[in-house]
Design a protein. Structure first.
Length: 78
């Protein structure tokens, strides 16, 4: 994926196995902002900024976008 667009905001974000991680809460500096479900932080390499409850998703982590979800690769999946 080359970049996130406003149309992606609010979409579900899933991992390679299809497990829902949260939703795309917004876009900041070209990165998606994931509003995670509980426990996702330990699986993400990027840490949330102290003033937010969201995590970064880099465009290069996105492997598929459908009408229903954004699938990302976390790097710890087989």
């Amino acid at each position: 994926m080359r970049h996130f667009t406003p149309e992606h905001e609010g979409m579900a974000v899933v991992d390679a196995r299809g497990e829902r991680l949260g939703r795309l809460a917004g876009i900041e500096d070209g990165e998606g902002r994931l509003e995670p479900k509980t426990g996702v932080e330990s699986r993400m390499e990027a840490a949330a900024a102290p003033e937010t409850d969201t995590l970064s998703i880099l465009p290069e982590q996105v492997v598929e976008v459908t009408n229903d979800y954004i699938r990302i690769e976390l790097g710890d999946e087989e």
